[in-house]
Structures are given as C-alpha cells and as structure tokens.
Design a protein around this ligand. Structure first.
Ligand code: PAF
Length: 282
C-alpha cells in the first residue's frame, strides 16, 4: 500500500494503473477509520481492481464553531487497518495541496442540501460537494463508495454526479452498527461512557419507527412523535431533528405509503450523531 500526499504523484501512479487496464474505486474518508469504513473498502473491492482510499479532514465542510480542530486524526491506526485489506493506495493530502492560495471555487448543490443537516450546518454540503468533486477529478475513479449513514450526503453526491455528468458509479454501503445498534462513526470516540451507553437509544427509536410503519402506521406526525419520544427517554439526548423524507431528494413526506427514510440528528453533550433507517409501509 502506497501513501501519496501530492496530486501529481498519485496521478502518475493512477496513469500506470489505467494503462494496465485496471479499474479504480475511490473511498473518500476523513480518517479515524473504523469497521464502517472498512466495509466501504470491501464493497469497493467487489466492483473494481484497484481501491484508493482518501484521508483528508476537509476544513471547508466544518462550520466556524464545529469540531475541525479536535476531529480525531489517527494516521498510524488508519494505516494498520487498511494495509491488511488490500487497499492499493492512500491519498492523504495536506490542506494546502487541496486548497492552495487563490482557490476560489465552490460547488453548490441546491434542493437536496436545504433541510436536515444542510439547515443545521450551513455551508457543510458546499464543502463536501467541493472536496468530493476535487477528489473525483484527481483520482478519476470508475466507482466511488459512500456510507448510507450519511444519507443526505449520499443524495447530494448522487445529484451532483448526475447534474455535472460525472461518469462515476456511486455505490451506497449499508450502515455498520455496534452490537447495541449505535451506528459506527469516528465521532463516537468523543462520547463519555455514560453518553455512549445512552446513545444506543437512537437505534432503538429508529427500530420503533420502522416497526410502527411496518404494522400500518402511515402518518408522519405520529411516527416522528414516537421516534422523538423514544429518544427523549435518554436524559442526555438533545434532538436536533427527527424527519421522514424521500430518500432520493430528501424532501419531507406526509405519509409513509411506500418507502421513506427516517433521519435523525441528536447531540449527547458536545457530540452530534446522525443516523437513519428506511421505513417500509406494511
Ligand atoms: O463522509 C465523509 O467522511 C466526508 O464528508 C467526505 C465524503 C470524505 C468528504 O470530506
């Protein structure tokens, strides 16, 4: 596994990969890797010959009061996890490589970015769309894999690749959960033991919503209220949103008649966690 930190070097290497007729998959990450990320890598490897993982804590997707500075960074741990699972290369640029002086372009995706995390984290998806566009242009992958946990991000990337005619297949990887149901996230390591124990309520609440929808409850108000009530049973939980949306465009739905995505963002102390689950009408 080779590490590249500068753009010309990884481009030269990728030229030799493509000259050998190999397909390339990209798994964009911000590092501090866990089993959820490894599942993305394994899924990419099912589709392509050569898997590239990017590790870059992207400053433009963090708001001024967010956790950019304390976001976990663990290059040795990341290397130890990626080496045994057949990753061909890691692209880990410094900030000045991605955003040199004079950088003045931002990619904005409208509509799908407007609610949910887009409303509570203004500018976040501009940063994501911009950095992912840059990573796509640098690596020029045949496929790219993103986790379903960041369902709105996935919808943004799908919209962007379609609108900008990017010839990249976007693959969604299922959410990987801890034994108690908490969705794996690099931010889980911020939780103290009590918050960590309480955070499993998110999964229980989503499961409750799923069971209600499957047993014939279609009203979004009733479903949202039930998920909300379950989460507030955990004293440390501070709900940012519970919404039920169309998984394609992230627009709120009124009734769950087919499939709809229940999306939540909850804070435990200073840690903001997101999760989601598909509700399928019974
Ligand atoms: O999901 C993430 O880790 C980040 O938002 C991504 C896609 C790597 C862009 O920085």
């Amino acid at each position: 596994m080779t590490f590249y930190s500068d753009i010309p070097a990884i481009r030269n290497w990728l030229a030799t990969v493509r000259a050998a007729g190999k397909t390339v998959g990209l798994v964009p990450t911000m590092g501090a890797l866990h089993d959820g990320h490894l599942s993305l890598v394994r899924l990419a490897a099912e589709h392509v010959d050569t898997v590239v993982v990017s590790i870059f804590v992207n400053p433009t997707q963090f708001g001024p009061n967010e956790d950019f500075n304390r976001y976990p960074r663990d290059p040795d741990g990341d290397r130890a996890l990626l080496e045994p699972i057949g990753v061909a290369a890691v692209f880990a640029p410094e900030s000045h490589e991605m955003y040199p002086p004079g950088h003045a372009t931002t990619v904005t995706v409208r509509g799908v970015t407007e609610g949910l995390c887009g409303a509570s984290r203004p500018g976040h998806f501009n940063g994501v769309a911009t950095v992912v566009t840059k990573l796509f242009n640098i690596v020029r992958p045949d496929v790219a894999v993103f986790g379903q946990k960041d369902a709105q991000q996935l919808a943004v990337i799908r919209r962007m690749t379609a609108d900008l005619n990017m010839e990249i297949e976007i693959i969604a990887a299922p959410i990987v959960r801890e034994p108690d149901g908490l969705a794996m996230s690099s931010r889980n390591r911020y939780l103290d033991p009590d918050e960590r124990r309480q955070a499993a309520v998110i999964y229980r609440a989503l499961e409750h919503g799923r069971t209600m929808a499957a047993s014939g409850v279609t009203g979004v108000r009733e479903l949202v209220a039930a998920v909300h009530d379950e989460i507030t049973g955990a004293p440390a939980a501070r709900i940012e949103y519970v919404d039920i949306v169309d998984p394609g465009n992230m627009a709120p739905v009124e009734d769950v008649t087919g499939e709809a995505l229940c999306m939540v963002a909850v804070r435990f102390g200073g840690t903001r966690l997101i999760d989601n689950m598909m509700l399928i009408a019974g």
